[in-house]
Every structure is written in structure tokens, then in C-alpha cells.
Design a protein around this ligand. Structure first.
Ligand code: TA6
Length: 311
């Protein structure tokens, strides 16, 4: 099969495209024909590196390995750096929705495990670490759902992060226009500001949306017991999309945090796979389990479900 599959919901005309590399959703077109996801014009689609855009999947680590761990796992883990398998017979187009499922077993990963960590080839064998990732994608007249499930197929529990690194398209080059591009709904979340650490520890005001000016790289950690992420994102052209996300570990709901990122002009020009001027055309709004999730016991599953409502 080809590396990229297009799934269309015939009843509504909505569709998505997904690349087997990283099970990366590259496109989500709503029935009005709008492209809701951003992919850099310079993105690599040949498997040489994670795809710069769409919905890259982050697992088992968010960000670089822990300082001093000695782990050489690449930033954001291995899920987005390997070829996944389309679940045979999973592609479907019904009145209610259309969709497909892809899987990746740790034993099939060829890249991104690094050394000196429980996921490395050698250590996983001795420690009995194992997992199977499944991404279930569904599209209907109003939304795209991406459901990422991790099953612990090993003999020991493991801790993890998981995140959907969603690149939302912004129309009219308006990413830095606060009236046109903003994230509403993160009030009460505590902020880890990776650009200006002096702002870390602050709580996002309920009266202020998160907006983009220059590089923005903010992790919004959920308030206690706030299990559902629900944000409204201004995406230019006077339009907004809604994004919801839910998390579960071993059948218990867990809170979902949210990263907002835009590289800004300077960093965009330094990234070989990011169009120099394209920081104006996107905003990353990334739901994730980034706190201190419970260890996932053998045989149990963790899931992170994201729903993008285009209308
Ligand atoms: O999502 C925010 C972030 O962790 C940023 O710190 C930035 O590194 C971004 O991800 C992109 O990371 P990547 O490894 O895809 O270049």
C-alpha cells in the first residue's frame, strides 16, 4: 500500500490524509473544504525525520530525555519516527463516520529508541518492556477524532508521557494577530513557560486568551481534577475551531494538559523543515498526559483522545 492514505466520509465530504510514517495525520478537510491542519512546505515526508506538521504523535517522552538520565532517545520519543501498520480491514466509510486504524509494536520500531533507557533494544529485552500503540482516526460532518492508545504488552509497569502535537492551520497569515488567533479556555492552568522561565508557575488568567508573539512555548498543566481539555482556537479568517481531549490510564480518567507553541520568525528560519515565513500560518495546540501519570501496569491501556470540531 502507499504510504499516504486518504479517508473520505462520503456522506459529508469531510476527509483526512494519514501517512504511515509516525501514523501522522497530514490533512483534515471539513465539508466546507477548509484545510484545518498545517504542514510545512519544507516538511520531510520520506521518513528521514518526523513530519513537520499535521498531528505528530509523542510517546513515551515529551521533550528531551530527563537531564542526567544518559538516555539518547530523541526528543518526543519514537512514535513519530517509525512506520506504522494499517490495521487490515480497518478502513471504513459509513453514514455516521469514516475512519482507519494503524498500529506500532515496540518490536517493530526501527528508530528513536536510543540507548540507556528502559525502551532501548538491550534494556527492553532484559527488563521485559513492551508496548503496542494504536491510532484510531475518525472523521464526520463536524469533527476529526484521533484516539491514541498504548497497551503495556510487557511484564513490568512503565511510566510515560503521551501527547498529540497538533499543528492547526491559521488563515490569512494571522498567527500573531491577537484578534484573529488565540486559545480560549486555559484559565486556571499553571504555566511552564519555556521561553521566559520567569513566567513559569503563574496561573493562566480566565480573562486572557493565550496568543502568539514571537516564539511561544508554554505548557499548561491542568488544574486538580480537571480531566477534560476544552479550548476554542481562533484560526484566522474570523473562524474558530474547538479542540477537546480526554485521558485515561488503566480505565481511570486522568487530567489532560495542553502545550501552545509557535516557533516565531527567528526559530522558523533556523529550522530546515519549517518554511521561513510559515510561523504566520499555524498554531500548535497540543493535548497531552504530561504530569505524573500513574505507571501503566502490564496488560493495561492508556489512551489520549483528541477531537477537533471544525464547526
Ligand atoms: O511542543 C512544543 C515543543 O516541545 C517545543 O519545545 C519545540 O521543540 C516543538 O515541540 C517542536 O519540537 P520538534 O522536536 O518537533 O522540533
Amino acid at each position: 500500500m502507499s504510504d499516504v492514505q486518504t479517508i473520505t466520509h462520503s456522506k459529508s465530504g469531510a476527509s483526512f490524509r494519514i501517512h504511515r510514517f509516525g501514523a501522522t495525520v497530514l490533512s483534515y478537510k471539513s465539508p466546507d473544504g477548509r484545510e484545518n491542519l498545517f504542514v510545512s512546505r519544507d516538511a520531510k515526508l520520506d521518513g528521514s525525520k518526523a513530519i513537520r506538521g499535521g498531528i505528530p504523535l509523542v510517546f513515551p517522552i515529551f521533550g528531551p530525555p530527563k537531564e542526567g538520565s544518559g538516555s539518547t532517545m530523541p526528543q518526543h520519543g519514537f512514535a513519530r519516527n517509525n512506520v506504522w501498520t494499517v490495521k487490515p480491514g480497518s478502513a471504513h466509510d459509513e453514514d455516521s463516520h469514516a475512519g482507519v486504524a494503524l498500529t506500532l509494536d515496540l518490536t517493530d520500531t526501527k528508530a528513536g529508541r536510543g540507548e540507556n533507557n528502559p525502551w532501548s533494544e538491550s534494556q527492553a529485552k532484559t527488563d521485559g518492556t513492551g508496548c503496542r500503540l494504536t491510532l484510531d482516526v475518525k472523521v464526520d460532518a463536524t469533527s476529526l477524532t484521533t484516539n491514541l492508545v498504548v497497551e503495556n504488552t510487557g511484564t513490568d509497569g512503565f511510566d510515560f508521557n503521551m501527547l498529540q502535537h497538533t499543528y492547526l492551520a491559521v488563515d490569512g497569515r494571522a498567527a500573531e494577530d491577537k484578534d484573529q488567533c488565540h486559545v480560549h479556555g486555559l484559565g486556571g492552568y499553571s504555566i511552564i513557560d519555556k521561553v521566559d522561565s520567569s513566567k513559569s508557575g503563574a496561573t493562566q488568567s480566565y480573562d486572557e486568551d493565550v496568543t502568539i508573539s514571537g516564539m511561544v512555548d508554554k505548557v499548561h498543566i491542568h488544574p486538580e481534577g480537571h480531566n477534560t481539555l476544552k479550548v476554542k482556537v481562533g484560526v484566522g479568517g474570523g473562524k474558530a475551531v474547538r479542540l477537546e481531549a480526554y485521558g485515561e490510564v488503566a480505565d481511570s480518567p486522568v487530567p489532560v494538559s495542553c502545550v501552545v507553541w509557535n516557533p516565531g520568525k527567528d526559530a522558523a528560519t533556523k529550522m530546515g523543515d519549517f518554511g521561513d515565513d510559515q510561523y504566520q500560518d499555524m498554531i500548535c495546540v497540543e493535548p497531552g498526559l504530561l504530569g505524573h501519570e500513574p505507571v501503566l501496569p502490564p496488560g493495561k491501556e492508556a489512551r489520549l483522545t483528541q477531537i477537533i470540531f471544525s464547526s
